[in-house]
Ligand binder design. Sequence first.
Ligand code: IVH
Length: 669
Amino acid sequence: MREAIRLHDRNYYVLDQPTISDAEYDALFRELQALEREHPALVTPDSPTQRVGGAVRAEFGQVRHTVPMLSIRTETNTTAAGAELFDARIRKDLGLAPDAAPVDYIAELKFDGLAISLRYDSGLLTVAATRGDGEVGEDVTRNIQTIRAIPLRLAAHAPPGLLEVRGEVCMARKDFDALNARQEAAGLKPFINPRNTAAGAVRQLDPAITAQRPLLFFAYGVGEVSGWTMPPTHSALLDALEAFGLPVNRDRRVVHGARELMAFYDTIAARRAQLPFDIDGVVYKVDSLALQRELGFVTREPRWAVAHKFPAEEMPTVVQGIDVQVGRTGAITPIARLAPVFVGGANVTNATLHNEDEIRRKDVRIGDWVIVRRAGDVIPEVVRVLAERRPANAREFVMPTHCPECGSAIVRPPDEAIARCSGGLVCPAQRKQALRHFASRHAMDIEGLGEKLIEQLVDAGLVHTVADLYKLKAEDLAQLERMADKSAANVIEAIDASRRTTLARFIFALGIRHVGEATAKDLARHFGALAALQAAGEAELLQVRDVGPVLVESILDFFGEAHNRQVIAALQRAGVRWDEQAPRRGGAGPLSGKTFVLTGTLPTLSRDEAKALLEAAGATIAGSVSKKTDYVVAGSEAGSKLAKAQALGVAILDEDGMHALLKRSGEPS
Ligand code: IVH
C-alpha cells in the first residue's frame, strides 16, 4: 500500500498526471492510516502517512518553511451533520459546558488548487513557494510573479516587516474550458481538470507558460509574521490581508455555533455549481486566534480547523455497456451503462456520451474504467477514460444500424454529428416524446398528461398518434395502474379543453424539427392559416422572419410526410380548432417592426399575457434592451433593463401606457 500511495503521490504531485480519483486516493490513504493505527509496530518513518504530502521537483530551488505548511483534517461526512461533529469536538477540547455560549467560527470555501506561500518583505513580494512536503517547498517565485491576481507590493504605507501569506492558486472553469478548446484546436492533448492545470502552470520551468495561463489566487491565512501586530481573530486577519490588496474570497462568514456552520455548508453546497471555480468543500476555523493557540495541534494537524467535504462530483466506475437512446426528433444518443457509483450526492448508473464522435474522441470502450462527473443538476457525463486500467477485452462501440425501439434504419448525414432513427412517427420512442411535447405547457397545455401516463397509454396500445388522445374516454384511463377515477376525469377534461387553441400553439405542438415557440409564432402570424403554411413552398417560407434553409427543409419534410398530414386531418376531425386570422404576410400588424422589452411585474397582466397581446399586434418581444428597442414596458421591481432604457433614451410605458398604445395602434388610421 505504501508503494502504491507513493506512486500515486508522484503521479499527482510531481507529474501532475493522476491516474486515480481523489476519492480513491483518500480511501487508500485512510486504509493505510487505519492499518498503521492497529499495528503501530509496522509504521516506518518513510511511510506516506508520516509526512504532509508532496515531493519537491529537483529542477526548482528549495524554500524551507519556517512555519510548516500543514494540512487540515478532513470531515468525510458529506452532510451538514459533519459541521455538528466539528463543533462538538471543539467544545469538548475547549472544555465548554453544554450551556456555554456558541463558539465563533469563520467559514470559508475550500479551494481546489495548489497551496502557495507568498513572502512579503517590507511589503515586497520576495519569495513564492509551493507546500512541498510541508517543511520544504519549491521556489516558484518567477512563475507566481506572472499571476496578475497576486500583488507584487502590498498596499500599505507601513507594511509588516515580514508577512508570509498563504493561499491557493486555482483556475476558473470557464478559463479552463477555453484553454482546453485552444489546446484541442491546436491538436494538443486536453488538460484533465482545472486543479491539475493550475498546479501544472505554477510548477512550470518556463514562467512564460505560467503567464499564459489564467490563474486565480485566494489568500486564506498566514505563516511567518514579524514587525506587525496580528489582529485578534482569523476573520480580522483576512480583512487585513484584503486591505493589503490580496485577493480574499468574499464567500467567507463569521458564524456562531453548529447551526450556522451547517447553514453555511448547505448554502455553499447549493451554490457550488454556480461558483466560477471548483471547490471540494468548505473550511471551518475557530475565529479567535487565542482559542486557536489554546487548541493547538494533534500530530501535524491543527485542532482548530477542519475541511468539510462535499460529495465528490467525479468518480471512477466501469462502463458495462453502451446503449443508444432515441429522442423525440429521432436523435440517437449513446448512453454508457455504468456499474452503479455514488457521485455528486446521487447514485449514477447511466451517463451520456453525447454522440459517436465524442466516443471516438474520448476513446471510450465497453469494459473501460472511466471518470464520471455529475455537477449540480446536469446530466451525468463520462469525462475521460483511465487508459492505464483498460482491460484486454475492452470492446469498441459500434453504432447500431437499426433503431432499438422500432427497427427503422439509423442514418447519419455525412456532415452531421448526430445519427437519427428514420422511423418518424412509427417509432414508439419518438411517439412518446412527440406526445409529451404535444401536451406540454407551451404547446397544447394538457394538464395531468405527464410522462408516466403517456408511457402507459402508448405501452397499453391506447394511443398511437396525438390524434388518438381525443378519442380517449375516462374508462380507458381508469383501467390503467394507479389512476383514480377522479384524476382520469380531470385528464379527459384537460384534453377536451385543449381542443380550442391558437394556430401558433398548434404549429409548435406538431413538433416539427427546429420549429420552436418563436418560429411557430412567426409562421402563424405570417400565414394566418394552417392550410396556407402547408401549401407554402420554399420561396414563400424564406420570406418569414428568421426562417432559413434548415428550417425550410424540415418544414417541407414534415408536411411532405403523408403520415403527418393524416394526423393533422385526424386532429381536425376530432374537433381541434385554432384561431385563424387573415394572413399578415411580412408581419403587417399595427405594431409590426416595433421591438418591445418587458421588465418587472405588471399590475394585472402576467408576462406571458402582455407578450401575447403585443405579439398579436405584430410586435416583436426581445429579451434585452438595446438601441434597437422601441419601447420598454416596465412594472414594479424593474431593474437593470429599466435603467438601461433610461440611459439609452428608449420610450418607457407602464401597463396602462401599453394598453393605450395598443388601442391607438389598433384603430384604423
Ligand atoms: S487553511 C493550518 N483554508 O486545503 C491550516 N486551507 O489540508 C492551513 N485549502 O492544501 C490550511 N482552501 O491549501 C485553508 N480556505 C482554506 C483552504 C485551504 C483550500 C487547502 C490548503 C491545503 C488543504 C488543507
